[in-house]
Design a protein around this ligand. Structure first.
Ligand code: BJW
Ligand code: ZN
Length: 249
């Protein structure tokens, strides 16, 4: 793949880079996206599953859906896109991952500075007393479990529609966006807010925006350089070019 010269120059100058990622980066690991042709929301309604009222109305149905996804995630592996991002840590002063994904694949690939805006499917908590249930092997029944301390319902520690994002995590992600030199927007439709403000903050603070996606998205018109294709194919090529730049230095 031949990259445009302007992008190569930005890579040469950059000290801090940020990857803003969404479900598309894990698609090649076998985890379904939400929107798009094979997206989860084509078959299931988000308003029936990804919000607190739906959980209260039918906890077993929502829990079962998360158990189904937990099993897929547990059996999946980071793909070349996740691994390339982790490897970039050796090549830049700062590499930050801001992800909307709950699947832990960035961590499993070896990235160390990760801000999970929508939580993590391996964590759970009691909605009544807040007790945490964070073992990855917790609750493998398809029935919503109850807290052993207070009998309250236990929910996955993910952010549903209408809920606020973890404020400290979002603030750190915003700060990282404001200081990065290049912001890569990878595998996200960029329609869910406030997460989608991250690349906008980066751009407003002077960062160069690069999109990696199989199709154009809501944010494509604001992007400096759009790379159309699979994340698992494009990111290893970016890693390769960065390695060759750093060797020449
Ligand atoms: C590839 C690829 C490959 C495929 N390589 N690419 C109107 C305007 C603005 C905002 C709102 C509004 N109405 C309501 C809101 C607020 C709402 C919102 O943004 N809604 C919009 C959808 C309209 N936001 C919220 O409710 C948020 N909270 C909030 O605003 O709090 C303030 C508040 C509090 C109280 C009252 C009112 C407000 C919370 C949002 C939480 C989102 N949660 C979910 C579920 C998480 C748990 C779970 O996983 O079950 O997060 S929804 C879902 O969408 C999930 C994702 O993280 C998120 C983003 O999706 P993502 O990652 O972009 O995936 P896709 O599927 O959309 O896209 C995949 C992309 O990959 C595609 O572009 C493909 O082309 C590409 N792709 N294969 C590269 N191989
Ligand atoms: Zn409890």
């Amino acid at each position: 793949m031949k990259f445009k010269e302007e992008f190569i120059e930005k890579l040469k100058e950059a000290e801090s880079i940020l990857f803003f990622t969404g479900a598309g980066i894990s698609a090649e690991s076998g985890i379904s996206t939400f929107r798009g042709t094979n997206g989860l929301w084509n078959k299931l309604k988000p308003e029936e599953l990804a919000n607190f009222d739906a959980f209260l109305k039918n906890p077993d149905r929502v829990w079962e859906w998360y158990q189904y996804r937990r099993k897929i995630i547990k059996n999946s592996k980071p793909n070349p896109a996740h691994k390339s991002i982790a490897e970039m840590e050796k090549l830049f002063d700062e590499v930050v991952v801001v992800t909307q994904n709950i699947d832990n694949l960035h961590r499993r690939a070896g990235s160390t500075e990760i801000y999970e805006l929508h939580g993590n499917i391996e964590r759970n908590y009691c909605i009544k007393c807040g007790r945490r249930y964070d073992s990855p092997n917790f609750g493998f029944d398809d029935v919503a479990p109850k807290c052993s301390d207070c009998g309250g319902l236990i929910r996955p520690d993910v952010v549903w529609f209408g809920e606020t994002l973890p404020q400290d995590v979002f603030a750190s992600a915003e700060n990282a966006a404001a200081r990065c030199d290049i912001c890569f927007v990878v595998g996200t439709s960029a329609v869910v807010y406030p997460a989608a403000y991250i690349p906008i903050t980066a751009k407003n603070s002077g960062a160069y925006l690069v999109e990696v996606n199989i199709e154009t998205t809501e944010i494509s018109s604001s992007i400096h350089y759009s790379l159309l294709g699979k994340a698992g194919e494009i990111l290893p090529q970016i890693l390769k070019i960065v390695k060759s730049i750093k060797q020449k230095k």
